[in-house]
Ligand binder design. Structure first.
Ligand code: ASP
Length: 366
């Protein structure tokens, strides 16, 4: 559905809100207020909030991002439509995005100051409130699977560093040489940050570049974002949220962002909401953003879009933080909110609704 069609369905109060919102802040264009039949399933996906600026985005690169998001929706929708579990949809979609060098997760992740990879991920199941998280992985191809394994096969919620790598390997997850994650584009970003910082560059990991068409796409990519996240509701009404990231370029001292922190980067509770976040993680941790959105829905009775907008545009913007969230509301209705120029994002529902967007409002959608 186009945004113009959508506007026709919105109640007047929502239109007023949307009109004000477009004046003051880059806001979500999704339809949480739209009357819709009960959803059997739904899925919402993000690929990071720090998009390439519109001026610098080539048609070729834009098409590559849109194709990746479309593929993500297809993968998730197929699982959910055939009665599969939300946890399997979230894991499968994130695995695909982790393998895609366009995104800052798995292959294509950003590098630390010392030229290494330190990958973070988490997953939460809304039916049980079980959760799993890993931080600082260096050689596991699919961090989201390590997070799921931590949830299902360990007595702990969060594992970090060497122990997390070791656990994931013991679980039989695929171990790769860290150079698998390497892309020249992220290396260039690291060098630019280190030059600004006046820090000597680490040695280039020789022989690292197994470059293909996607990882060779070159564009000004100085922004640190590109994290991936998925929230899905399956036909049992279970909501699962997951997030995976390489973190922020040139991070130091074992820095861990919000993505593996339950309540900050990821949260899910059936009948309330599911959230995956992207942005400068320090702010998302301080504001416990994912949980704060769910708490507003549950305790204040706000809609998912009211709660997300409040937390992003009032609280996050108030601290001068940047980023965004994707959200499924209590009945699985998708929404999103962000205060950056754009956010790679997409959703699909059992009713056949489907949107893929990058900037605030895609002109084509009106
Ligand atoms: N939130 C991630 C982090 O701070 C970064 C991102 O979303 O791109 O590690």
């Amino acid at each position: 559905m186009s945004l113009r069609q959508l506007a026709l369905l919105l109640p007047a109060s929502t239109l007023l809100f949307s009109a004000c919102a477009t004046q003051s802040a880059p806001v979500m264009p999704v339809e949480t207020e739209t009357p819709m039949a009960a959803l059997e399933w739904s899925i919402v996906v993000h690929g990071g909030a720090g998009v390439i600026t519109r001026d610098a985005m080539s048609p070729e690169t834009e098409a590559a991002y849109e194709a990746a998001l479309a593929h993500a929706l297809d993968t998730g929708s197929e699982i959910l439509a055939s009665g599969g579990a939300a946890i399997d949809a979230v894991e499968a979609v994130i695995m695909g995005l982790e393998d895609n060098p366009l995104f800052n997760a798995g292959r294509g992740a950003v590098l630390t100051e010392t030229g290494e990879f330190s990958l973070d991920s988490s997953i939460m199941a809304g039916d049980t409130l079980n959760a799993g998280a890993v931080a600082g992985l260096s050689n596991i191809r699919h961090p989201i699977s390590a997070a799921r394994a931590a949830m299902e096969n360990s007595p702990h919620v969060m594992l970090a560093g060497e122990g997390a790598d070791q656990f994931a390997a013991e679980q039989g997850l695929e171990v790769v040489d860290p150079t698998y994650f390497f892309t020249e584009r992220r290396w260039d970003s690291l060098i630019r940050v280190l030059e600004r910082r006046g820090v000597e560059a680490p040695a280039h990991p020789l022989g690292a570049a197994q470059e293909d068409e996607l990882s060779m796409l070159s564009f000004p990519d100085d922004r640190k974002f590109g994290t991936v996240g998925v929230v899905a509701m399956d036909q049992t009404g279970t909501i699962v949220a997951g997030t995976s990231t390489g973190g922020t370029t040139a991070k130091r001292w074992g820095r861990v962002g919000d993505s593996p922190v339950i309540g900050a980067g990821t949260y899910a509770a059936n009948g309330v909401c599911g959230v995956s976040a992207t942005g400068t993680g320090e702010y998302f941790i301080r504001l416990a953003i994912a949980y704060a959105i769910c708490a507003r829905i549950e305790l204040l009775g706000e809609t998912a879009s009211e709660a997300a907008d409040h937390v992003i545009h009032t609280q996050l913007t108030g601290l001068e933080g940047d980023g965004g969230v994707i959200v499924l509301g209590p009945d699985g209705t998708p929404t999103w909110s962000f205060n950056t120029e754009g956010m790679y994002r997409a959703y699909a529902t059992s009713e056949g609704r489907r949107e893929i967007e990058i900037y605030e409002y895609n002109e084509g959608a009106f």
